[in-house]
Write a protein that binds this ligand. Sequence first.
Ligand code: NAD
Length: 484
Amino acid sequence: MATATEFRTQMYVDGEWRDADSGKTLAVINPADESTIAEVAYGGRAEADRAIAAAARAFPAWRAQSVYERSKVLKRTAELMRERADTIARTLTREQGKPLPEAKGEVLHAADTFEWFAEEGKRAYGRIIPPANVAKRHYAIKHPVGIVGTITPWNFPAALPSRKIAPALAVGCTVVSRPAEQTPLTLILMFECLADAGLPAGVANLVMGPPRPFADALFEHPAVRKISFTGSTEVGKELIRRSADGVKRMSLELGGHAPLIVFPDADVAQVAQAAVIGKFRNNGQVCIAPSRFYVHEKIAKDFTEAAVELTKKLKLGNGLEEGVQVGPMFEARALDKTSALVEDARSHGAKILTGGGRSSRFDKGYWFEPTVIREVNGAMKLMTQEPFAPVMPLLDFSKIDDVIAAANDTPYGLAAYVFTNDLTVATRMAEGLEAGIIGINDPVPATPQCPFGGMKESGLGRELGSEGLDAYLETKYVSVGLRN
Ligand code: NAD
């Protein structure tokens, strides 16, 4: 049972921890048992405006600091996150549901992201461009974009904000962040690390509250120059439309519907293991989760048997318990949506090989049995909508061109996975697939030093890697005319 003082529950604005002006709070629910684990401050437009004003005041001094000084604060933040990783991870599991080892891995990934951008910030190089006119000199220099607003979802409450906050701060931007309403506690703990690392007041601000007033404040305030959003394609499109009036810079990490393709030369047992890990990580509630499995017809039977066997063995339970591999789904809505998708597939002829419904083993919480299905076709919603669910639909293929066409037949283009040891096949697939992230014999490709993001309706821009630093920089061209 949570005690009143177990969690910090306030917003962080202008270097101070604060309640909402109204005193309003919102309950944070543990999806494993539906208990309330904390009541957090729940602000609105006034708090968002105050945070933007603080970020605007802090910007000139933060930007003027040496990048080496900014880097020290970010590195110290990374160290503190590692020291506190157990506490942060337990909190993450309690508010989000994923098993503790996954939560710990996520927190350490977020710490690595802070450390990596602390270094990469030092490499925001410009260019010297040879002039056509010998009496001129031309330079392209990098300039921080300004005040940045960040909006992130509930599925990775540590990793996703770190991909925005760390590069923005590294190059001298100041930040106003809003976590998902349902998972604020992890980001509050990360802000404690930033504050304890010596971040000056106002440089990074944390506001909790409903999405609309926060977004209104970002779009309407002229000082906010950039909005970095991770979430659904539907909301992303709305934000693109809203960005027009103020010509706000946008980075958008949106939905996905990743194909995973297995060629006949692959080791069936190993790939089945990788596929099951990739699919059921965070219960399939991962933007880059494989959600359509194309298996070559020569190995389809063996692969299916191996995948079903492994899926049946997955241990479902409260993520804090030892040995648990799959936690609850995040909320009742996700459970309802998954049930509806599976029912729709069943009504269109799908065969359920394991799972297929809500788990009856738990009195409370949002539980769905890890599910594998066959006899899948394009009429099923599962194949056209982003499922975000613990469901593995299996399809056969025989020809490489056909599987490339099927894999690309979606408005999404975030991730794709290929399993083969044939270099020619791997190269053709890497070049032919329309996805921003391609894992070849790698079911978990995200890492701080490599670019992450989507093609087509899966997003705009990239996070992580040097591209993820560029997202917070403007290019300024300076031309100098010399005296005779
Ligand atoms: P969502 O779009 O409903 O919400 C995302 C965030 O935006 C939340 O904080 C929410 O409160 C806020 N929000 C909602 N409506 C808003 C509005 N009108 N204006 C401003 N903010 C608004 O998405 P979700 O269901 O919480 O998250 C799951 C989605 O996120 C999936 O589509 C998933 O693929 C995507 N996602 C993408 C990536 C990526 O890197 N591409 C990573 C994780 C999740």
